[in-house]
Design a binder for this molecule. Structure first.
Ligand SMILES: Nc1nc2c(ncn2[C@@H]2O[C@H](COP(=O)(O)OP(=O)(O)O)[C@@H](O)[C@H]2O)c(=O)[nH]1
Ligand SMILES: [Mg+2]
Length: 331
């Protein structure tokens, strides 16, 4: 290797060697391409990385076609609801108990380690929407199921589950190391996207659980000694402490808006709101509701948005706010 390679490049190169799936290999290669010093001396290497990237892309696309779009990967959980939150934690940290407390998912809660061997999704209700939580196999300092990283790559939000009655610093270290080694933590040190636009990190927060068993001051110590600017929510699934707050915080972190669609001449549909990323506009909503018709949208009216009168006409570029009612008019 030429001596002038940067630490970032070397890190990406290590990630490439440590990768366990082709998706991860692709991400690492893209990162290598992004970080390699661009000069004459590395031209061969750049060309080689590009060649490997296009070969991997072909393999992955071929695989996707073969499976007819159907997902056969055990570690891919199709998204439903307003957002997907994947849990991560060491054995017995209390992950399955969180799903058992908030969803109807058939999880096994047990006081022996490794009782969860594949991801299990469940839906947690929040007001008038559902949020998808995914229980996962535990990770340890030197083991995670091969392919498990795909759960986290596919999720909107990652929840690090820490058992407040056990060694909190060790658990935190194991989880953050794992997420870091896969470049899954979103902070100002990690770029959000690879050169070709694949998102790298995921928003991450901490569920500090078993508060009923925690020695006083444990959460405080954990907060102070965690060098990342992570949000913490303290709960107990045993007593129900802060379970409602947890779901609310998750909703806030998902950063989506709920929109009640209304057909002209009808009442709004309050039962089944559409959810879109905050910042979405009227035309984004139209695309979500009527993929083929969206571009023909004539006009829209909105109720309950800041700065407009109820029922006022709004342009395609109107930015939607949470709980707004929108009526779309097509020719
Ligand atoms: N006291 C108490 N025990 C809990 C709590 N959450 C989980 N547990 C217990 O911790 C053990 C491991 O929980 P489990 O959810 O299976 O952990 P997982 O391995 O991370 O899925 C079980 O015996 C649970 O009953 C809690 O909030 N308080
Ligand atoms: Mg479990």
């Amino acid at each position: 290797m030429p001596a002038n390679l940067t630490p970032e490049y070397k890190k990406a190169d290590e990630q490439y060697r440590a990768a366990t799936t082709d998706e991860e290999r692709l991400l690492a290669l893209e990162e290598m391409l992004r970080t390699i010093p661009k000069h004459k001396g590395t031209e061969h290497m750049q060309a080689d990385i590009k060649r490997r990237i296009s070969k991997l892309r072909e393999t992955l696309e071929g695989r996707a076609k073969k499976s007819g779009g159907k997902q056969t990967d055990l570690f891919h959980i199709p998204k439903t609801g307003a957002g997907q939150v994947a849990l991560i934690g060491t054995p017995n940290s209390g992950k399955s108990s969180i799903l058992a407390a908030l969803t109807n998912a058939p999880v096994i809660v047990a006081d022996y380690p490794f009782s969860t061997d594949k991801p299990v999704p469940g839906m947690a209700p929040f007001e008038d929407i559902q949020i998808q939580l995914v229980d996962t196999p535990p990770i340890t300092a030197d083991y995670a199921a091969p392919g498990q990283v795909n759960i986290y790559r596919g999720a909107d939000l990652i929840a690090v589950v820490i058992d407040l009655s056990a060694d909190v610093l060790e658990q935190m270290d194991i989880c953050l190391r794992y997420l870091d080694s896969h470049r899954l933590i979103l902070d100002d040190k990690t770029p959000a996207f690879t050169e070709s636009g694949s998102p790298l990190g995921r928003k991450t927060f901490v569920i500090a659980t078993k508060a009923d068993l925690a020695p006083a001051g444990t959460l405080q110590t954990l907060r102070e000694l965690t060098e990342r600017p992570l949000k913490f929510v303290e709960i107990s699934t045993k007593t129900g402490h802060n379970l409602d707050l947890l779901v609310r915080r998750i909703f806030e972190m998902l950063d989506v808006v709920r929109i009640y669609a209304k057909k002209p001449g009808h009442e709004p549909d309050f039962k089944d709101p559409f959810t879109l990323p905050r910042g979405s506009t009227v035309i984004d909503l139209a695309r979500k509701i009527h993929r083929d018709l969206a571009e023909q949208l004539k006009f829209a009216r909105a109720w309950g948005a800041a700065g407009i009168h109820d029922g006022q006409n709004v342009p395609r570029s109107h930015v939607l706010s949470d709980k707004e009612i929108v009526e779309l008019h097509f020719p």
